[in-house]
Design a protein around this ligand. Structure first.
Ligand code: GRF
Length: 189
């Protein structure tokens, strides 16, 4: 059985979809979830599905190598960033080269980079009067939102859309495509 480890910072609707999808798979399981926020909704979701969780501080992540060492002991086949807002340090990227995957709620390379998360992304798309937005699932390298793209899926932006309505449309795409893309990467790469 292949091992998936998730990093998340918030509500965790993507993390939950991934956990549920692979609970019914004979290919992989989510074996651990890391979270940088003590009160994030994702922690209860992971616990509900029996996935062990670890919360951590900036110091653990960036200065002490605590999370790097913990990750090495877990031997993940893939590390999934599912709404994880901190930049992954270079030592983790190096150890797990081509094994870290992120989802971004827009069509990169537009609307990516530092500060481009959550409603900031959707508001920027709406302000630019784009006809389309969508999702980008990509490998993670040392530079925010710039690793190799695995898949992009488009959706329309409608007149009268708000950040909330666009986010809802994009979440639906994410929940459908993120688990099956992870499965594809596990099989093909
Ligand atoms: C998603 O829109 C994802 O693209 C972005 O953060 C959001 C996380 O949502 N990176 P959730 O916590 O999975 O509900």
């Amino acid at each position: 059985m292949k091992k998936l480890v998730i990093f998340a910072s918030g509500n965790g609707s993507n993390a939950e979809q991934i956990i549920k999808y692979f609970n019914n798979s004979d290919l992989a399981r989510v074996t651990h979830l890391f979270c940088n926020k003590l009160n994030a909704g994702v922690l209860a979701k992971a616990a509900h599905h029996g996935v062990p969780t670890t919360t951590f501080s900036r110091e653990d992540f960036y200065d002490l190598d605590t999370i790097h060492n913990h990750l090495k002991s877990l031997e993940p086949d893939l590390i999934i960033l599912a709404g994880f807002l901190w930049k992954v340090p270079a030592n983790i990227i190096k150890t797990f080269k081509d094994k870290v995957i992120n989802i971004h709620p827009a069509l990169l390379p537009k609307y990516g980079g530092k500060g481009m998360y959550g409603d900031n992304v959707h508001n920027a798309v709406l302000a630019a009067r784009e006809d389309y937005s969508g999702i980008t699932i990509h490998f993670v390298n040392e530079i925010y939102d710039s690793g190799k793209t695995i898949v992009q899926v488009h959706c329309p932006v409608y007149n009268g859309d708000t950040a909330e309505s666009l986010a809802t449309r994009i979440h639906k795409l994410e929940h459908h495509f993120f688990p099956i893309t992870i499965e594809h990467v596990l099989k093909e790469y």
